[in-house]
Design a protein around this ligand. Sequence first.
Ligand SMILES: *Cc1c(COP(=O)(O)O)cnc(C)c1O
Length: 398
Amino acid sequence: MDLEKIKEIEKEHYMDLFRRSNICFERGEGCTLYDTAGHAYTDFFGGIAVSCLGHNDPDLVKAISDQAGRIIHTSNLYYNVPQAELTEKLTRSGMFSRVFFCNSGAEANECAIKIVRKLAYASGSGRTTILTARESFHGRTLATVTATGQEKYSAPFAPLPDGFRYVPFNDLDALRDATTPDVGAIMLECIQGEGGMIPATYDYLVGAYAFAKQKGLLLILDEVQTGTGRTGKFFCFEHYGIQPDIVTLAKGLGGGVPIACCLARGEAAEAFRPGDHGTTFGGGPLACAAANVVMDKLNGGLLDRVAEMGDYLADQLSSKLARHKFVLDIRGKGLLRGVQLDEKLSAAGVAGKMMSLGVIIGTCGHNTLRIAPPYIITRAEIDDMTDKLETIFSNTNI
Ligand SMILES: *Cc1c(COP(=O)(O)O)cnc(C)c1O
């Protein structure tokens, strides 16, 4: 099917939700994507920080095809081998005692929210309110879009569920002031991805952890984007030397196959009883088989590579771009980086120019370029991408 035909069908029959780029990728190999016209692009976006192993990874493809040939779905009414293996891998470090598998980041956060509610219900404490940060992003279901501290996402969908209150990010005093007796949890991102690639300061996250501990609040970290090795450690919170009660993972976990999870420890891990929560598809054999490959590769040296390439990417971005007058800030961790641009130069416009030069990058809040390549990205690919950005900035006269 050619691109014009695809666009025609989509325009007529797909819900009017996405402003898609005028492109249809047909296949990929490593960090290279090919469109229907056969043009090649280097992928510095990974389908929104998802495709961590790149495209057509032979081990991932083999694990998925082998599993598909054995059994694809059984439901959670029965045990399944890949799920048990993945559970073991995710809890082996001892940081979290239990996991729940689901299919998307929003669902993983729903699970976290329900744990807070269930604990308040079981204890009769009334501590059902969850504090979340302004400019955060936690998903698109009614509860998670309400948790998301950006009205533009939630306002059209009123009435919204109760139980969320918003505080400015990176402001510890605001967090303390907002903690009334009805508050049971604090939910934060280590780096606000959609919000503009804004990292939590060290003092903020460590302070929030200490404050939560002191007040008996649960600390939930939404690591849907920053987790599964993206920042050079398996969890981004490891950079801060803290340990949340609940963490959620999704984007990179299945290397592109939909799978997410909510990991918990302590009382949060023991909140549910049979029937309290569930899922038909979550943690199915096929998705878990994919995630097992991602886990094995991370533990087999890929995580170190993310840290190394992440440093190289940061180096190249700052040495080539920092001096340009359009570049206001370069931030992020590991292979998750943001380049904030002056309002005069649209980040979406720069991403469009990069695409015409054969490089895919994304954008996020505050007019910021979002760079989140597969973990197998090479120095040569980073050199090429940063050279192209430099050329665009040098040739822009505004
Ligand atoms: C992408 C994202 C989500 C939502 O994940 P979905 O899989 O789209 O539901 C939630 N939180 C964060 C931090 C994200 O980046």
